[in-house]
Design a protein around this ligand. Structure first.
Ligand code: CA
Ligand code: CA
Length: 206
């Protein structure tokens, strides 16, 4: 009996310690652990223009998994823009802190990228962009129409190439070229609020 108890508790520990829980087929690429900062040694590439502003820090009280989540405090002005990015081939070299490097991922195993968002029912659109291996930006829109944590699953097939802006060196071939190198969040105008993000992963949706 004791042995059974031991096995059961070990099993429980295993379940609880698996990052982000839920789907065992999910590959976690970023749990926003470690330093979260801007400036010269930025670990997050973020900024804003056109009258918008954004502040980014780690949140230890509101988090989904691990010790912390990414807190994004924004003021999205009409006609303005912002970005909060993590990954590779972006200005802040320290933002390349995924748990696994893009070229080490077997992308064929996955057909969606997912993350947890802590919403506040602002009814605002939140753009989730990914940048492909040839610098082309692809967009998926999430509606902030819930309160608290929710998993957002974004099938690669549902992303569209951004028509409003692309980096100067984007190939703009209309093909989502793997490996994806970075992702970014952008609360769309207009209004202010606070969102939290955690546990970005790759998954396969049937
Ligand atoms: Ca976390
Ligand atoms: Ca492309």
């Amino acid at each position: 009996m004791e042995k059974l108890n031991l096995i059961l508790s070990l099993f429980l520990i295993l379940i609880l310690s698996s990052a982000c829980g839920s789907n065992p087929g999910t590959l976690i690429i970023d749990d926003f652990e470690g330093p979260i900062r801007g400036g010269p040694q930025a670990t997050v590439d973020f900024g804003a223009g056109g009258g918008s502003s954004v502040k980014v820090c780690a949140s230890q009280d509101i988090k989904f998994s691990g010790n912390q989540a990414l807190k994004v405090e924004y003021d999205a002005a009409s006609g303005g823009y912002m970005w909060v990015a993590r990954g590779y081939n972006i200005d802040a070299k320290g933002a390349g802190c995924w748990q696994i490097k893009p070229e080490k991922i077997n992308w064929k195993k996955f057909n969606a990228i997912s993350f947890y968002m802590h919403g506040e029912n602002s009814r605002r659109a939140i753009a989730f962009d990914i940048k492909d291996s040839k610098q082309e930006m692809w967009r998926f829109i999430v509606k902030d129409d819930f309160i608290g944590w929710r998993q957002i699953i974004c099938p690669f097939a549902d992303f569209y190439a951004r028509g409003d802006w692309q980096p100067g060196d984007a190939d703009k071939n209309g093909i989502l070229d793997f490996p994806v190198k970075s992702f970014q969040f952008e609360p769309r105008p207009e209004g202010r609020g606070i969102l939290y993000f955690d546990c970005v992963g790759l998954t396969r949706e049937e």
